[in-house]
Every structure is written in C-alpha cells, then in structure tokens.
Design a protein. Structure first.
Length: 361
C-alpha cells in the first residue's frame, strides 16, 4: 500500500474532529494562509529532517522559512540580501542546513548556506565568477558535495559546478543551448533534463558516463539512437527518481506529459498521457515508497493547483483538482521522506501574490 494511502487510512481511523467522526483528508494551508506578508516570487520548497522549508524572493531579499509547529519561522538572524532584484532561486536542505542558489539581476549568481545563525557564501567565491548572464539554476546536495546546474547565457552552454567542501571545481560542460533545466543526483551521478535547443526544443536527459569527477563526458539517455525523446517545442522539464528509474515531466503549450527510462535505456510513457491537457509549470517529486507525484498549474480549473500521483498506469488526482488559490509566477512540490505527505508551495495570485504552502492531510 502506498504511504499516502496509509496516511489516509490513519486519518480516517484517528480523526481529530471534536465529534469523533471520520473525515476525508484534503489539502490544507500549513502555517497560516500566507508564509509572509507581502508579495513573493520564485518560490522553492524542500524538506530537511522531515521539516518543510520554503524560500522565495521579495525584491532584493531572499527569505527562507521553516515550519515550526503551526507557524513559519525565519531561518537565520537576517534574510539573504541579493543587492539587486532576485530573479531566480533554488533551495535544498541537508539535514537541518539549508542551501540557496540565487541570481540577482545584473550580478553573478551566488550560493549561500546557513552557518550557525548567519547566511554565508559557499566557498570563497561565486560558482560562476564574472558571469552575470546565467539562468535555470538548480541545486542538489549529497552527503559530501553541492552541485549546481545552470546555463551560461554568454556561451549558451549548460554547465555543472561542484563544491568539494572547500572550493568550487571548474565548471563541467554538459550540453549546448539548454532551457528549463531540471537536475537530480542518483547513485553517485548527476542527471540533467532540459529542453534541447539543438533538437527543436525536444526534451533530453544527460548523465555522466562515470561517477568520477571530472567526468570524461556526459551521455544521453536516449531511445533509438536519437538524443531526445519527446516531440518538439517543449517549454518545461522536471526530473525525479523512483528507485533507479528516472521520470521526466515536460510541457508543450499546456499539454503535460511524463516519461520514464527503463534499464534498457528506452523512454516510454509513464502511465496514461497526457497527464493534463491545459497545465503549466509541472513539478515532479517521488515519495519514500517510490510513488511519483506531479503538481501543475491547472488552467482547466481556474489556473489553480492540481496534484496527481501515478498508481499503476493511472494518474490519480490527490484530493480535488484546483484546490488552491490562483497560481502566480511559480510553484514547487515536495514529498516528506518521513511520512510520505505531499506539500506544495506557490505564489497565490488570489492573495496579492503572497506565498502559501499547503499539505494533503
């Protein structure tokens, strides 16, 4: 039985309703209707030691908050100052230590981590020094290293930087002209999904041929000898693993699809596709039992959030479709590795673009 089903059964068997009546779990705001006063953007969600963390930009500031009981509390004695307006960010957490990669407008990107109660720069310099034209930043953490995938707009290259605990290694090239980079780390190897500008914006996935660093090269996970596995003109990607199997979500003018790669290196539909015919901003995440989830902005339900999970060959809606406020510029999805509870964070356009986090419970 998937962990979410166990959670649902537990809620039904142990209701908190004062009348003692069983009830159906549903999507609920956690920590209040908004994480913070004021409009936010570029929201990113992660879970560390079972605790949800959320990061978002408010003009030149990056605010990181964690859920403490029923309230969101500030992480660090002060917020991160991006100097200029922050246009992108991504959050990851190792244990109880959050890391944030951020891109201030017209400045080189930075990576910060929480050192005691203060935010400190990871390494002695930027992972992309002197480069101000970067985009599509994504960070993953292992027990030892931090990896950041990004695009250098000046050279049009997709690059990965690795922090070895002291310094940032030289950047490693993985492709030309990537867009909408997704990034994951599995079995000692990084995996990058991206919209491939060299293949009419179809989706590709590349990984290193060896777990050694620096790798001799990056290989395509491909089907039939071509470097891509979707149709052309895709606009978004997201990658996650269920066991040893990579899943990739992509979107083309509102049509959201998910594919998975087998041990024979063949891409095939993951469940019945499309997952959505009018969806945007797809995000994948796997539960601790391997159940794959997808969240997206559902324009068939008022541009609100819908979350589905793959059960057998069927994408099953978790709770109800369109359960949130109207989604603004960004959303994110995470599943607790402790109890399998899914969380979403998004910019709520129905509430002055404040950031809201919801959980299915």
């Amino acid at each position: 039985m998937p962990l979410l089903d166990e959670l649902i059964d537990d809620v039904r068997d142990n209701p908190s309703d004062p009348d003692g009546e069983a009830y159906e779990p549903s999507w609920k705001a956690v920590g209040g209707d908004a994480v913070e006063a004021g409009a936010g953007s570029s929201v990113s969600l992660a879970i560390g030691d079972g605790v949800p963390y959320v990061a978002f930009a408010q003009s030149t500031k990056v605010r990181v908050r964690k859920l403490d009981g029923d309230a969101w509390t500030a992480v660090g004695s002060a917020d991160i100052d991006g100097v200029m307006t922050v246009t992108e960010l991504d959050l990851a957490v190792r244990g109880a230590v959050p890391y944030v990669v951020l891109k201030p407008n017209s400045y080189e990107p930075e990576c910060k981590y929480l050192s005691g109660t203060a935010w400190a720069t990871v390494g002695t310099s930027s992972f992309a020094p002197t480069v101000t034209g970067t985009s599509d930043h994504s960070i993953v953490l292992t027990d030892t290293y931090a990896f950041i995938a990004f695009k250098n707009a000046s050279t049009n290259q997709g690059l990965v930087a690795r922090f070895d605990g002291t310094n940032w290694d030289s950047q490693v090239f993985f492709t030309n002209d990537p867009k909408a980079i997704g990034f994951a780390f599995h079995n000692g190897k990084p995996f990058a999904s991206f919209v491939n500008g060299e293949a009419m914006d179809a989706v590709s996935v590349r990984t290193t041929s060896t777990s050694a660093w620096h790798p001799a090269g990056w290989d395509f996970l491909y089907d039939g000898g071509v470097s891509y596995f979707t149709g052309a003109y895709r606009e978004a990607t997201s990658i996650a693993f269920s066991g040893d199997v990579p899943y990739v979500a992509s979107m083309q003018t509102g049509t959201v699809s998910v594919a998975r790669n087998s041990a024979a290196n063949v891409w095939a539909d993951a469940g019945a596709n499309p997952v959505a015919s009018n969806g945007f901003l797809p995000r994948l995440a796997a539960g601790p039992d391997g159940t794959m989830y997808i969240a997206y902005k559902d324009n068939d339900h008022g541009a609100k959030l819908t979350v589905k999970r793959l059960v057998g060959s069927t994408w099953e809606t978790v709770g109800q479709a369109g359960f949130s406020g109207k989604v603004g510029d960004s959303l994110d999805l995470a599943v607790s590795p402790v109890d399998g509870k899914p969380y979403v964070a998004y910019v709520n356009a129905d509430d002055s673009n404040k950031v809201q986090v919801m959980a299915f419970e």
